[in-house]
Design a protein around this ligand. Structure first.
Ligand code: PLP
Length: 259
């Protein structure tokens, strides 16, 4: 949320406590509110429809009230703000699970006509399966980190690595990998490190993915996923999330903000 943005950089420990909560004191609140509304009152249905159309086209909602929970939810937005801050990104977009988040990234690139993915093994089993099966229409080339630059083609839309990997804890040199990607976006699955130990954007990754189900939740009672990225990519992810419906539930958003 833009209203939660502050000009001065803050220490990670400070962000971990305050990000996504900066407006609470002014609201007279201590705990973040949980907004369970699926839809919101509308005085003017034509204007409301125009706002939804604008969101579907641009992936950004004007400053008015929320419209419908598939476009965005205020409690989930607090979690997104917190994760973006912790990862040093403009924005973050939350999903129903880590796999829903990865699916959305692939759909964004496929939507841009870029169906080829370069990926480094090991990846989380289901991520590997999603790419190997090509279920979404993507095609994958598996390489060692040293082979990334040679594997990139004109239709390569994404390079994907996981470090440390689940469950082998294999690591890759993110700075070297980011360099090899050139202008192709690098997605780093940072689930196992968390932004406390590793912030891949500082090494040149454009996209940072988490299965929030793991350490971000931290208590084994939430399924969720999130992508931290620049605002331009976040808009594309919100459009896909709106169209496909893989939203994070607000209660999960609350628990992840706490986690
Ligand atoms: C669990 C996991 C995923 C998938 O996330 P879900 O929330 O289970 O959909 C992706 N990447 C890594 C590294 C994981 O551990």
């Amino acid at each position: 949320m833009d209203s939660n943005r502050t000009p001065r950089p803050r220490a990670l420990a400070t962000e971990a406590v305050h990000a996504g909560r900066d407006d609470l004191a002014a609201l007279g609140l201590h705990a973040p509110p949980i907004d369970l509304s699926t839809t919101y009152p509308s005085a003017d249905s034509r204007a409301e429809a125009a706002r939804i159309d604008a969101f579907a086209a641009d992936g950004v909602l004007d400053d008015g009230p929320p419209v419908y929970a598939r476009l965005g939810n205020p409690t989930v937005a607090r979690f997104e703000t917190a994760l973006a801050r912790l990862e040093g990104a403009d924005a973050a977009v939350a999903f129903a699970s880590g796999m829903a988040a990865l699916t959305a990234v692939l759909l964004v690139r496929l939507g841009a006509g870029l169906r080829h993915v370069v990926a480094v093994r090991p990846l989380y089993g289901c991520s590997d399966h999603l790419l190997t099966a090509g279920a979404l229409g993507s095609e994958v080339t598996w390489v060692d980190p040293a082979g990334i630059a040679d594997a990139i083609r004109p239709d390569t839309g994404l390079v994907l690595v996981e470090s440390p990997a689940n469950p082998t804890l294999a690591e890759v040199d993110l700075r070297a990998v980011a360099h090899a990607c050139g202008s192709v976006p690098l997605l780093v699955d940072n689930t196992f490190a968390t932004p406390v130990l590793q912030r891949p954007r500082e090494s040149g990754a454009r996209l940072v993915l988490h299965s929030a189900t793991k350490y971000l939740g931290g208590h084994g009672d939430v399924l969720g996923g999130v992508v931290a990225c620049d605002e331009a990519f976040a808009r594309e992810l919100r459009k896909v999330r709106f169209a496909t419906g893989g939203v994070l539930h607000p209660l999960a958003g609350y628990l992840l903000l706490r986690g």
